[in-house]
Design a protein around this ligand. Structure first.
Ligand SMILES: Cc1cc2nc3c(=O)[nH]c(=O)nc-3n(C[C@H](O)[C@H](O)[C@H](O)COP(=O)(O)O)c2cc1C
Length: 331
């Protein structure tokens, strides 16, 4: 979860018996190594290091200026000054990142939006690191298996954060986890990790019954005290309900699920084409500096209301207990 995931959060998850993850969204190899060292200081457990992959965000000055002009009125209303120039470079796993990974050897490396080139996957695997990536359709799962992953995350549409899709399949055609998971399990021979809406013992048990070998939670961990979140995001998650989110590309430049607020409505209503990820986010995210929930980027999955304000150790422990109880009850 990029900067929302902290070494303290990942360490608390791993110390409680889960597999903590650290997002390396926009991190230099030095920053990434520092984050991993921060984890190692707090945990002797296993670590997943995550790299989202996207190309250089290309856009014309005309598109950028139109978006900046549109947002300027909102910046003015919040006293936030001039809309910044859009920022953001390609996100890939550079040779320096690979060298760092091979040296510090996190137990797992996961990717979002597909896989890097085969040489990089091979170099990471050759270091004994378990490699995974997310699929939003059966076709994507097959592509990942062919690409050499050790396991596949099946990401249902319930999920918070960015849609992991890398094959161009439209969001409205992507399946929810209940449909996706058993079909991916049938289609591939590697273990499948269920993601999207898993938040408590019931949902985790259901994923195992549908064939998952593990579950991955994002939104539920956002409600943990170790997560790096704005107050407005915390408050919005605490009041979320089942139908408050939507998937759109207007906020970041790539499809992701958010709690609907005025920021989303305004951008959708503007009809303007967003800049590509992450350039669009560099323009929209600062509006959250105002502290106003209506203008803050509110990433969330559909099951935020099933989660609680807690800490990561308690969440992992409760999940393990409740899931076991549920599975025993059905056995
Ligand atoms: C705020 C947020 C940021 C996320 N960022 C990433 C990311 O950088 N890389 C990644 O592989 N998955 C990312 N995810 C997706 C999760 O890995 C996972 O698919 C999702 O959270 C599961 O659904 P849930 O949110 O309902 O638990 C993110 C999720 C959230 C909520």
């Amino acid at each position: 979860m990029g900067g929302i995931s902290t070494p303290a959060l990942a360490a608390a998850v791993s110390n409680a018996g889960g597999l903590g993850g650290l997002g390396m969204w926009g991190c230099s190899p030095e920053d990434a190594a520092r984050r991993i060292a921060g984890f190692r200081q707090q945990s002797g457990g296993s670590l997943n290091v995550n790299y989202p992959l996207w190309p250089e965000p290309g856009f014309t000055a005309e598109i950028s200026e139109e978006m900046r002009r549109h947002l300027q009125a909102h910046y003015d209303a919040k006293g936030l000054g001039v809309v910044p120039e859009p920022q953001g470079a390609a996100s890939d796993v550079s040779p320096e990142h690979v060298a760092m990974l091979v040296e510090v050897r996190p137990e797992m490396v996961s990717f979002h939006f597909g896989l890097p080139n085969p040489e990089i996957v091979q170099a990471i695997k050759a270091a004994g690191i378990f490699v995974v990536s997310s699929a939003t359709t059966v076709a994507e799962a097959r592509m990942l298996e062919q690409g050499g992953v050790d396991a596949i995350i099946a990401q249902g549409t319930e999920a918070g954060g960015h849609r992991a899709t890398f094959s161009g399949v439209p969001v409205s055609m992507q399946p929810g986890l209940f449909s996706l998971l058993p079909q991916v399990v049938d289609a591939v021979s590697v273990p499948v990790i269920a993601a999207g809406g898993v938040s408590d013992g019931r949902t985790a048990a259901a994923a195992f019954v549908l064939g998952a070998s593990a579950v991955q939670l994002g939104t539920a961990f956002m409600r943990c005290e170790e997560a790096n979140l704005r107050d407005a995001q915390r408050a919005a998650l605490a009041e979320a309900d089942d139908s408050c989110t939507l998937v759109t590309d207007v906020v970041s430049g790539r499809a992701a699920r958010y709690i609907r607020n005025r920021l989303v409505d305004d951008l959708v209503g503007s009809g303007l084409k967003p800049l590509p990820l992450p350039a669009q986010l560099s323009l929209t995210s600062p509006l959250g500096d105002s502290g106003d929930r209506e203008w803050t980027v509110l990433f969330s999955g559909q099951s935020a209301a099933l989660a609680r304000n807690t800490n990561a150790a308690e969440l992992v422990q409760r999940l393990a207990e409740e899931t076991t109880q549920r599975l025993r009850a059905f056995a």
